[in-house]
Design a binder for this molecule. Structure first.
Ligand SMILES: [Fe+2]
Ligand SMILES: [Fe+2]
Length: 146
């Protein structure tokens, strides 16, 4: 089904991949859930949409913990900073979900929520991960595939 969202379908581009399949797959899954959120909203399936939002929040937290574990195992030196960034994103997502409230049918409130969701989840989470991309590439070069 083609999404009728004014923002279009999101996808993880090659440039946004960090080179660790476990992390890239989870980023792809998170983006897919955002597409599901938008798709359900565009079809006016508000309850499904709320379910997808909860799914996104849970998956994002699990992803952050998994990513932190991987980076810790590999000895990433800026892990503390990255952990703080994850926590900030988690509270941002919580705050925008609370602002949206329970009745999500209001188009204006929804538009604000969705734009913020994309900017927080994609711009912050995925772009912030570019910080460890070169570190992973270097690791890969010396020890083979991660
Ligand atoms: Fe990530
Ligand atoms: Fe991250």
């Amino acid at each position: 089904m083609v999404s009728k969202s004014p923002y279009g379908k999101l996808e993880l581009t090659e440039a946004m991949c960090v080179g660790c399949p476990a992390i890239d797959d989870e980023h792809r899954d998170l983006i897919e859930i955002i597409n599901n959120i938008a798709g359900a909203y565009d079809d006016s399936k508000f309850e499904n949409c709320k379910g997808h939002i909860r799914h996104f929040t849970d998956s994002m937290k699990k992803h952050f913990r998994r990513e932190e574990e991987i980076l810790e195992e590999l000895g990433f030196s800026r892990l503390d900073e990255h952990r703080k960034h994850h926590l900030a994103i988690e509270s941002d997502i919580e705050a925008i979900s609370q602002d949206l409230g329970d009745d999500i049918s209001d188009r204006q409130a929804w538009g604000t929520f969705y734009q913020k969701l994309i900017s927080v989840a994609v711009d912050d989470a995925v772009k912030a991960d570019m910080d460890f991309k070169s570190f992973l590439m270097e690791k890969n070069r010396w020890s083979g595939s991660i």
